[in-house]
Design a protein around this ligand. Structure first.
Ligand code: SF4
Length: 269
């Protein structure tokens, strides 16, 4: 898994496969449906997760590609997992043996980021468990967060926003929200004007059994972001209905700062 159809990142890389549902947003989880289709028992608190052996090789490869182009590439960790899930046993798909745990993979990734192995990658660490972020990141990140990491929370309605955003705000560093799949009208005006959220992604659900998205929810959030000068990215209505022209807004965090500041942001110069 590297290049991705997810419009708000260049790549999606998962360290392992498997998770446990957290809130309403998980109902149609694509990674879970795929696991069931392929016969992988990797869902729930009783099942071990499946190691994805190629993950760190993939990260090295896309770092080289980005460096060659002198670009910064956004990498979502990861579409088949939740990087801030509690540590779970990991198995090797070939041998079926337990080979470690997911916490070790997370620590390995964070160590590589800390020592600067990926200067051309911007990591988007998106979770439905933001209360775990400060438990699992290295101590040094709490006072000196890496310049190439954004911490994100997934919210789907006002209740999940009210619960998860205050948890995300406990984390030091760049913060973003993925309001996907949005299931009800919601407002972010409690937080946006304070400058504590640095990027908002919004979209409806797609695929079989998708739940409806009201275009007016999109217009409302777009206006709230514009009023607060927060970059806004509209991903999709449902991948069937065309995105209305006025909602075809795809800003990134890096667009909100000048090129020079941008390099400082990413490289900590
Ligand atoms: S947290 Fe993400 S990966 Fe885990 S079940 Fe929910 S949607 Fe799926």
């Amino acid at each position: 898994m590297e290049n991705t159809k997810i419009e708000w990142c260049h790549h999606s890389v998962s360290l392992y496969w498997g998770c446990t549902e957290v809130h309403e947003g998980c109902f149609n989880c694509y990674a879970k449906k795929l696991a069931h289709r392929w016969g992988h028992d990797v869902w729930g608190n009783e099942s071990p997760r499946r190691l994805i052996k190629s993950a760190f090789k993939t990260l090295s490869k896309i770092q080289k590609q980005a460096q060659k182009k002198d670009e910064i590439h956004r990498v979502f960790i990861g579409s088949m997992m939740d990087v801030f899930e509690k540590s779970m046993p990991l198995f090797d798909d070939k041998t079926k043996l337990i080979v470690g745990n997911t916490g070790q993979l997370r620590e390995k990734l964070f160590e590589k980021i800390s020592i600067g192995e990926y200067p051309n990658l911007m990591f988007l660490l998106l979770t439905k468990r933001p209360s775990n972020i400060n438990k699992y990141i290295p101590e040094s990140w709490k006072t000196n967060p890496p310049h190439n990491v954004m911490f994100g929370a997934s919210v789907v309605n006002q209740a999940t926003a009210d619960k998860l955003i205050p948890q995300l705000l406990e984390v030091n560093g760049f913060r973003f929200l993925s309001v996907e799949p949005q299931l009800e009208e919601l407002s972010l005006l409690k937080w946006l004007p304070n400058g504590q959220l640095h990027w908002i992604i919004q979209g409806g659900e797609s695929g079989n059994g998708r739940r409806p998205f009201d275009i007016e929810w999109g217009r409302k959030l777009k206006i709230e972001c514009a009023l607060s000068n927060v970059p806004y990215f509209f991903k999709q209505v449902d991948k069937v209905i065309t995105i209305p022209e006025d909602l075809m807004v795809r800003e990134f965090y890096e667009d909100s700062v000048s090129n020079e500041q941008n390099m400082e942001v990413y490289h900590g110069r």
